[in-house]
Design a protein around this ligand. Structure first.
Ligand code: TPP
Ligand code: MG
Length: 304
């Protein structure tokens, strides 16, 4: 099976899954999605308006992966890649040092010098990325070995999945039974190169070859949360999640050619569940909260 054939918004779907969730849990899931989306849209605006002049990588379009995984794994160690605001927020990283970092303030989590890739909040077990794609995966294994009994989430892209040290780490995690949930945010792109021009193998097949349980699914957030929860008791495990990058690789541009619009699909499901009004209220609340945060940090910056 070629990777491209698996790029479908319903890959791995479990019909009726969302309807089995209690309303409060669904609304919490949607709140996390909205926080990520409105945060990154605000970062984008900040760069367009020249308040943000650092290196940024945005998760617009891919929000549901982090939101879904966090429903089961918040509190674990988290090692993400350069496109990491989504996981940082979903794993409850502190907001102010993140905004300050993007605004170039010394109170930022990297002293205002790093931009998106190295954002971290060690007290909350969120470890930053140095910029070499996939290198966070062996580091995640190191943390799992150094901290027996603590779970680790290791996030990487479909491009990074091709690095030898990522694949070697899967083998090691299998041999040592390390409690790591490996999450591949598979947007089918390494910068601008689609997967079909890079490889023919599937990450899930490779993982299974090592004896690791693996799923290959679309980014329906209920489905992502379902598998994160199911696999959290059977680690190590791999989730390859098909998702769509809504903006350019780096910065703020948009090429408007995403295979699907997950956020719109989630809104449709919420409407089917009779939750359209509550969802709309959550969306405007989170948007307002993000705006208030940015206004207050921008005010702090101009006072300096
Ligand atoms: C080891 C290494 N090789 C190459 C690069 C250059 N590079 C930066 S981002 C990127 C693509 C990453 O793709 P993916 O892992 O799928 O993440 P995405 O940007 O799609 O989220 C590449 C090749 C790098 N940073 N590190
Ligand atoms: Mg990619």
């Amino acid at each position: 099976m070629m990777s491209r054939d698996l790029r479908r918004p319903d890959l791995g779907a479990i019909p009726g899954l969302a309807a089995t969730w209690p309303e409060a849990r669904t609304l919490e899931l949607f709140r996390r999605l909205c926080e990520i989306r409105h945060f990154d849209l605000r970062v984008r605006r900040g760069q367009i308006e020249k308040d943000v002049d650092t290196l940024i990588y945005l998760s617009v379009g891919q929000e549901s992966v982090a939101a879904g995984v966090s429903m089961a794994m918040r509190g674990s160690w988290l090692l993400g890649q350069h496109r990491g605001h989504s996981f940082y927020l979903a794993f409850d990283g502190r907001r102010e040092p993140l905004v300050d970092e993007l605004l170039g303030l010394p109170t930022g989590c990297c002293g205002g010098m790093g931009g998106s890739p190295p954002i971290h909040d060690i007290e909350r077990r969120i470890v930053g990325h140095i910029g070499l794609i996939g290198d966070q995966v062996p580091v995640a294994a190191g943390i799992a070995m150094a901290r027996p009994g603590e779970r680790v989430v290791s996030v990487f892209g479909d491009g990074a999945a091709e690095e030898d040290y990522v694949l070697a780490t899967l083998g090691m995690a299998a041999s040592r039974k390390l409690p790591i949930l490996f999450v591949c945010e598979d947007n089918d792109l390494s910068v601008l190169t689609p997967t079909r021009d890079r490889r023919e193998w599937l990450l899930a097949d490779v993982a299974r070859g090592f004896g690791i349980e693996a799923v290959d699914i679309a980014d329906d957030p209920w489905l992502v949360a379902h598998w994160a929860e199911t696999l959290s008791d059977r680690l190590p495990a791999v989730m390859n999640v098909r998702t769509c990058r809504g903006l350019w690789h780096v910065g703020t541009g948009s090429d408007d050619n995403a295979d699907w619009d997950r956020f719109a699909l989630v809104r449709e499901t919420l409407a089917e569940l009779g939750l359209a009004d509550k969802a709309a209220a959550i969306e405007s609340e989170t948007e307002k909260g993000v705006e208030e945060l940015w206004t207050s940090r921008l005010r702090t910056r101009s006072a300096k």
